[in-house]
Write a protein that binds this ligand. Sequence first.
Ligand SMILES: CC(C)(COP(=O)(O)OP(=O)(O)OC[C@H]1O[C@@H](n2cnc3c(N)ncnc32)[C@H](O)[C@@H]1OP(=O)(O)O)[C@@H](O)C(=O)NCCC(=O)NCCS
Length: 154
Amino acid sequence: MRVTISPLEAGSEELRITALWRYEAFLKDDGFSIADSEAQLGQLATAPEGCETALIARADGQVAGICLLVLHELEPLHNVSPWLASLYVTPEFRGLGLARDLIRTIEEHARRNGMRKLHLYTVDAEDLYLKCGWRVAERFVSHGVAQALMIRDL
Ligand SMILES: CC(C)(COP(=O)(O)OP(=O)(O)OC[C@H]1O[C@@H](n2cnc3c(N)ncnc32)[C@H](O)[C@@H]1OP(=O)(O)O)[C@@H](O)C(=O)NCCC(=O)NCCS
């Protein structure tokens, strides 16, 4: 399987597909729409602020995953920046190391842009990030859900 990781392109079919994945996995329960998801990805693709980026993974040419580097989380409970966000790999390509590849590429992008730390929130993927060199900075409960703030020193 040939895996490539590249920036998401504005107006692309990949943008529409990954916006839908992101909406289903992360946004719909927080009152955002599919259009919001598309608009946010479009903004990252056309006018990223600072180190921001949206990267997609392709497996044998087929879009398989997405991961963002953003300055602001949608619901930040901690006054830190930047954030790794919206990591998603479509079910048929899970367990093949694509999330690991996306995380590593986001880290490299942040490092190249002079960042020294990355942050993320996770509910149930803590072990994935621990395996990638992240650490748990804080455990907390938000909207009744136990979460972890994790940090990666770059
Ligand atoms: C979580 C997710 C991105 C993992 O993608 P993936 O491509 O299957 O992950 P990888 O194959 O790169 O896994 C790398 C390692 O992390 C482990 N891992 C993967 N997902 C995990 C999870 N949810 N919890 C704990 N460990 C996990 C794998 O077992 C693997 O370990 P190994 O190298 O020892 O075998 C994918 O399942 C997904 O998109 N889930 C829905 C959205 C989501 O939960 N995103 C995370 C938001 S914080």
